[in-house]
Ligand binder design. Structure first.
Ligand code: ATP
Ligand code: XMP
Ligand code: GLN
Ligand code: MG
Length: 537
């Protein structure tokens, strides 16, 4: 079977929901919820032309957006979508966009709704289709809203299927055209019955089959990679030993075999003995021959005198790419005789949270942190990126890892950021500061493991604060640095709570760090949740 045929087969095996993304912070959550039902979905930019679609969706969802439909430069859906003849659900901006396209009126409202609201469900006897969206929901529901505009008139032919005290057209539907619009966000957990509503749309209204699984994601991704890379293409891979890049590498290996060249860059900012351990693990478990490139001097040299964490990330991101580009040239030379093409692609294990926090859709959503692998890339980089996990959340990648039969230890490894210890030293990064963090972190993680808490905590690390404090050791005054410990619990790393440690474990950790790590006389524990803090510093 040709690759094109394999791709087409995906769409014949699985019913597809098309999500058109207007740039909401929650667009990917919609995709994630739908995949949880076992239904395949694809998310494309809202500018997608219907003529150019390579598949026939069973239904379409229009996401929310930071824009207002009446803005001059507001993103617009291709009106052809309304001639597809499949059910369409608009969420927030999506609702407003449906109304806008059908002669409804949308305007800024006096009673903006941000947060919880109670929506009264309006049923319509004799119009069975419009009632399907809120099937199983009686009377009223708790919903989560985030809008400053609202409909002040329902478009012609639409029925009102829900209203709140201040928004009379919170939910509308068209019996014959199978169009639905809701002002609230069903994709966030703050709408407790949101999942049921999405399920009603996807399964009861669009009648999608629920046969999509992680196994099919894998097959689909492998086919896609083969199609992109071609029969002779080669790929260089950024592989850190973390679960994301390991899963990505595993898919790539499966897709193109030895034409995949995995590289671990030792940037001098890794944890104790990390490079050796990772090389061994990936070789032993996955048969991936990992080349470790020692570039620690260049990285540490470029970080001299730099204290701003964003600058550190950019320097590290850029230097990573330089190393990969120079390694790719070396591999091109070495494989010249094989008939394989020159390396065009760089594989990265980028996940959705890396993307959403680093870049913004057409500008307005805020950049939180430039993850080195997204916003920290070289502007004129020659290698093109291939990122099979770019749409997934961490827990989905772990699920994928399980399906790929990766070792539990690897799947449940705490994430470790690419810029590593550099962003865990507030202030200048020097070899002696790196050594302090490395030693403290090693003790911290060791004690967490000994206490049997490693799997309960989602991510833990030690970091160095840029301050000194007075202490007394062996009757002598000390004036040394402060280690801060962080441990969080989270599912998707988008929000997180600090971990509530048993005191005796903290006591032991603090004691060991102060005794064993020279240059430290205090240990503090970070009790900030995300938001408003972030997981890293
Ligand atoms: N030292 C490194 N050498 C090569 N590539 C790296 C290195 N550190 C990070 N990367 C690349 O940057 C990507 C993002 O890093 P990140 O730490 O988010 O993911 P990960 O290391 O694969 O998984 P985890 O989040 O579990 O640590 C990685 O997937 C990998 O492609
Ligand atoms: O590869 C990475 N490069 C980065 O620049 C980076 N910054 C944060 N992280 C990791 O992302 C997750 C969320 O972290 P934050 O709450 O600090 O944004 C956590 O798991 C962080 O460890 C990074 N990973
Ligand atoms: N969350 C949204 O989609 C908001 C849509 C629009 N910007 C409003 O404020 O109403
Ligand atoms: Mg990592």
């Amino acid at each position: 079977m040709s690759i094109q045929e394999q791709v087409t087969q995906v769409h014949s095996l699985y019913d597809t929901i098309l999500i058109l993304d207007f740039g909401s912070q929650y667009s990917h959550l919609i995709a994630r919820r739908i995949r949880e039902f076992g239904v395949y979905c694809e998310m494309l930019p809202c500018t997608q032309k219907i003529k150019g679609l390579q598949f026939e969706p069973r239904g379409v969802i229009l996401s929310g957006s930071p824009y207002s439909v009446y803005d001059k430069d507001a993103p617009r859906v291709d009106p052809e979508i309304f001639n597809l003849g499949v059910p369409i659900l608009g969420i927030c901006y999506g609702l407003q966009e449906i109304a806008w396209n059908h002669g409804g009126s949308v305007a800024p409202c006096n009673n903006r709704e941000y947060g919880h609201a109670l929506m009264k469900v309006d049923k319509h006897q004799g119009h069975p289709f419009v009632d399907r969206l809120f099937d199983g929901i009686e009377d009223s529901i708790q919903v989560w809203m985030s809008h400053g505009d609202q409909l002040d008139k329902a478009p012609e032919g639409f029925k009102v299927i829900g209203h709140t005290l201040t928004a009379p057209f919170s939910a509308i539907a068209h019996e014959e055209k199978h169009l639905f619009g809701i002002q609230f966000h069903p994709e966030v957990t703050h709408t407790p019955l949101g999942k049921e509503i999405l399920k009603n749309f996807v399964i009861n209204i669009c009648e999608c089959k629920t046969n999509w699984t992680m196994k099919s994601f894998i097959d689909n991704e492998i086919a896609r990679i083969q199609q992109i890379i071609g029969p002779n293409g080669q790929v260089v891979g950024a592989v850190s030993g973390g679960v994301d890049s390991t899963v990505a590498a595993r898919l790539m290996k499966e897709a193109i075999g030895d034409r995949f060249h995995a590289i671990l860059v030792d940037n001098g900012l890794m944890r104790l003995n990390e490079c050796e351990t990772v090389k061994k693990n990936l070789g032993d478990h996955l048969g991936i021959n990992l080349k470790v490139v020692d570039a620690s001097e260049i990285f540490l040299d470029r970080l001299k005198g730099v204290t701003d964490p964003e600058k550190k990330r950019k320097i590290i991101g850029n230097t990573f790419i330089e190393v990969f580009e120079s390694e790719a040239l070396k591999i091109d030379q070495e494989t010249k005789e094989t008939g394989h093409c020159r390396i065009e692609y760089l594989l990265q294990g980028t996940l959705y949270p890396d993307v959403i926090e680093s870049v913004s859709f057409k500008g307005p959503s805020a950049t939180i942190k430039t993850h080195h692998n997204v916003g920290g890339l070289l502007e004129d980089m020659k290698l093109k990126l291939i990122e099979p996990l770019r749409e997934l959340f961490k827990d989905e990648v772990r699920e994928l890892g399980k399906t790929l039969k990766l070792d539990d230890e690897l799947i449940w490894r705490h994430p470790f950021p690419g810029p590593g210890i550099a962003i865990r030293i507030l202030g200048e990064v020097t070899p002696s500061q790196v050594a302090i963090v490395r030693a403290a972190d090693h003790i911290y993680i060791d004690e967490i493991k000994k206490a049997g808490l490693y799997r309960k905590i989602s991510q833990a690390y030690a970091a160095l604060l840029p301050v000194k404090a007075v202490g007394v050791m062996g009757d002598k005054r000390t004036y040394e640095q402060v280690i801060t410990l962080r441990a969080v619990e989270t599912v998707d790393f988008m929000t997180a709570d600090w971990y509530s440690f048993p005191y005796d474990v903290l006591k032991k950790i603090s004691n060991r760090i102060i005794n064993e790590v020279k240059g430290v006389n205090r240990v503090v524990y970070d009790i900030s949740s995300k938001p408003p803090a972030t997981i890293e510093l």
